[in-house]
Design a binder for this molecule. Structure first.
Ligand code: FES
Length: 167
């Protein structure tokens, strides 16, 4: 009898321990899930912002029209950029950017911050090279060689005569 009683208590204690373990097993992934969802929220927001920027376009065409002038801060001279190449410059906020000239009358700009680990990308002929781990981007900011996986973020620019201007 006393053995059964002890077994019951042991059983009760066993259930209690199992319950605690079960709560712990559920609780830890639950906490991890919350932590992951909080950590991923800014990335999702960035991806949305990046997509919105890409959707608005980042290239500008002079097209011989003065109506394209936006009056933003001058960032570079179009004549300083060889057709089919790029230059390093500073954005309106002082951030490092790359300005490309895909054709004689068009420009585009991208953040110079490598999407791998944040080094500053440099123009190299018809490509953009990251000196840190060897990522290579094309003049549209797309990854040609990793380890970077995501394209460079577009920066809005336009042409005002020979000036490449912000906005
Ligand atoms: Fe550019 Fe790693 S930071 S390749």
């Amino acid at each position: 009898m006393s053995t059964e009683h002890n077994d019951d208590r042991a059983g009760a204690a066993g259930i209690s321990r199992r319950s605690v373990l079960a709560v712990g097993a559920v609780g830890i992934p639950g906490i991890a899930l919350v932590a992951c969802s909080q950590a991923k929220a800014p990335q999702s927001q960035l991806a949305t912002e990046s997509s919105a920027s890409a959707a608005t376009g980042s290239s500008a065409s002079a097209s011989g029209s003065a109506s394209a002038v936006t009056g933003g801060k001058a960032l570079a001279k179009l004549s300083d950029i060889k057709v089919g190449e790029a230059i390093s410059a500073k954005g309106a906020d002082g951030a490092d950017i790359i300005i490309t000239r895909p054709t004689a009358t068009t420009v585009a700009a991208y953040s110079a911050i490598c999407t791998h680990q944040g080094c500053t990308v440099k123009p190299a002929g018809k490509e953009l090279d990251c000196p840190c781990h060897g990522s290579v981007y094309d003049l549209k900011g797309a990854v040609l060689n990793g380890p970077a996986q995501r394209p460079l973020s577009p920066v809005q620019v336009s042409l005002s005569g020979d000036d490449v201007v912000a906005g």
